[in-house]
Design a protein around this ligand. Sequence first.
Ligand code: SAM
Length: 295
Amino acid sequence: MNLCNIKTVKSLLARYSTDTKKGFGQNFLINPSVPFDIAEESFNYHSSVCQESACVLEIGPGVGALTSELCGRYEKVVAVEIDRSLIPVLGETMADYDNFTLVNEDFLKLKLDSFLDEHFGNAPVSVCANLPYYITTPILMKLLEDGGGRFASITVMVQKEVAMRLCATEKDSDYGAITASVNYYGKVKRLFDVQPSSFLPAPNVTSTVIRIELYRDKPYSVKDEKTLFDVIAGAFAQRRKTLLNSLSSSISYIPKARIGEIITECGFDISIRGERLSIADFCTLANKIYEEKAK
Ligand code: SAM
C-alpha cells in the first residue's frame, strides 16, 4: 500500500471512520521521498555510532508513512500513538512487519525509563519522528531529561522556526533557553527543509528535519542539573534584562550583590545578558551558584 498517496490515505481513513485531527497535530507525509530520507538519516547515523542491535522509537506514527521506512531498516520499531482511531488503521498498514510494536498512549504521560526497559532492554535506541508541532518542546525535553542517557540520536521533523532556535549559537537572535538546554545533551544538526505541500493537510509553515547527536559522555561537568536548568530558565525569563537582574529575581536564595560577584568571578562582564552565555558558560555559572547555595 502506498502510504504517501493522498487518495489511498483518504480512503483508508474513511474506511475506519476517521480523518486527520488538528487537535493531535496530524499532518501526514504524502511526499514519499521525505519519510525515505528521514529514515535513511536516522538509520545511517544510528549504525555509525552503535554496532549492536538497531532499535528505534517513533512518536506519532499516523498511518505509518515513516514507520514503514523505519521497519525496513531497523531490527525493532516501537511507535507510540495517542489517537485511538489510528490503531486499527496501523494494524492494517503495518501488518507485514513483525518487527513493529504499537503502543496506544500519550507519549507525554509515559514513564519513559520503565517503558524503554520493557521494550528495548539494554539495547541502544534512536528516536525518529515527524513530531506533532503543538508539543514539540515538551516532547524534546522529556526525551532528553528522562531518556537522554539511553538514546543514540534523535532525528525529528519540527517547525523550521524551532529548528532555527535549536541550531542557534549564543551569537544569534534565535538563541534561547531551549537551545542552551538541548546543547547540554548533544549537538544539533540541521538536515533538510520540507515544504508544506509534502503533508496532508498542508501546514502553514515550512518544516525542518534535525538530528540531535547525543553525547555518550557529556563534555560538561555539572554539580547539580536542577540548578543548571533553573539558572538557564532564570537567565531567559526576562530577556531584555541583564543576567544579574534576571537571576536576582529567579535565584532569590542568594543576595543580588553576591550574584553580581559570582558573575564576575566566572569572568563575565557584570552587564552581560543571559542570551550571550554558551552552555559551557551556563555550566560554570550554575556550579558556582550551587556551591554558594550549599554554603
Ligand atoms: N508520522 C506520521 C507522518 O509522518 O505522516 C504522522 C505525523 S503527525 C505530524 C503527528 C502524529 O503524532 C499524529 O499521528 C498524532 O496523532 C500523534 N500524536 C499527537 N500527540 C501525541 C502524543 N501526545 N503522544 C503520541 N502521539 C501523538
